[in-house]
Design a protein around this ligand. Structure first.
Ligand code: ZN
Length: 322
């Protein structure tokens, strides 16, 4: 996993300022239309506080506020009050949470706004596993459309008023989104610390003799690699592999490593030097040359741009290919 610098996100937000402002205004109008009389006192108070966050004169920019503001809102406003709405037969009526989510229009933004917004930030793959795109085809009224899948750092079940707050959105594939559910993991996607944006905190490595075993047997099942977990500040944190099953996902991708081993045999140092010389007229940036060679991005800072980039760059480095 690797973090994204907050400044990059703030720059992207500034490009979409009119759309973000329109999201806030529409949400405010719809929130105000919710009939408060159907809720109990706690729910009414909660809704009033939520509405105030979206008001024109609010001191907080609820959609753009940074992670530390989000954290202070979570402390000051808290979890949505328990649902008190039941029919006489014991079934639940539409909950306040659903009213808020609908007013904020999170579902619609998944296909309309988030694809272009996250493209601007440079995120296309799942920020947790990096093995899949964070986009899912969803069927609605017999028509499929591509929707951006995002995990909410503060869950939309507990904090529906943060469901469209941009720093609360973590692009994730549907299986990681499901796997994470309400599990707490130690990872903050958005940071103000440059150090966390240059180096991924998890890694893949070929097991010793894996390459030679493969070259002897030509059996990709002989290829073995291991996954190194991040260093956790809190030792009781749930391990990444336990939540997202990283090792078993990548265990199915040994053919990818097989190709890298073969490339490392073909593209030795002198051949690479000759290639660079012969195609110097292309004026390829060194990173683009390496990317073309391995078929994926080769720097940690670019992991989110394409699925499988982390394993490819780590193993390619291990093989001295890049
Ligand atoms: Zn994933």
């Amino acid at each position: 996993m690797i973090a994204i610098h907050q400044n990059k996100v703030i720059n992207a937000q500034s490009l979409f300022q009119p759309e973000i402002e329109s999201q806030r205004k529409k949400a405010l109008t719809k929130l105000k239309k919710i009939n408060k009389n159907q809720f109990n006192t706690n729910e009414k108070d909660y809704l009033r506080e939520v509405i105030s966050l979206f008001e024109d004169n609010s001191s907080i920019k609820i959609i753009e506020c940074n992670p530390s503001y989000l954290s202070s809102l979570v402390s000051s406003i808290g979890i949505i009050p328990p649902n008190s709405r039941f029919y006489k037969n014991g079934k639940t009526k539409k909950k306040l949470k659903q009213f808020i989510l609908e007013a904020l229009n999170y579902s619609y933004l998944r296909s309309s706004f988030y694809p272009k917004y996250f493209r601007e930030i440079g995120v296309k793959s799942c920020v947790y596993c990096n093995s899949q795109l964070s986009i899912t085809a969803v069927k609605s009224r017999d028509v499929y459309s591509a929707k951006f899948d995002v995990d909410h750092y503060y869950s939309k079940d507990e904090y529906p008023f943060l469901s469209i707050s941009l720093f609360n959105l973590y692009p994730a594939c549907s299986s990681c989104n499901r796997a994470k559910s309400n599990n707490k993991i130690e990872f903050e996607l958005y940071t103000s610390n440059h150090k966390n944006t240059t180096k991924s905190n998890y890694n893949f490595k070929l097991s010793p003799y894996s390459k030679s075993k493969y070259l002897t047997t030509r059996d990709s099942m002989e290829i073995d690699f291991y996954f190194t977990e991040p260093i956790y500040l809190n030792p009781s944190t749930k391990k990444f592999n336990d939540v997202f099953h990283i090792e078993s996902i990548y265990e199915t991708q040994k053919d990818l490593i097989e190709e890298l081993i073969i490339k490392s045999q073909i593209y030795n140092k002198s051949y690479l030097k000759a290639l660079k010389y012969n195609f110097s007229k292309l004026s390829l940036h060194p990173e683009l040359f390496k990317r073309t060679l391995v078929g994926n991005y080769t720097q940690d800072k670019d992991i989110h741009k394409r699925p499988m980039s982390k394993i490819v760059m780590d193993i390619a480095k291990d093989l001295d290919l890049i």
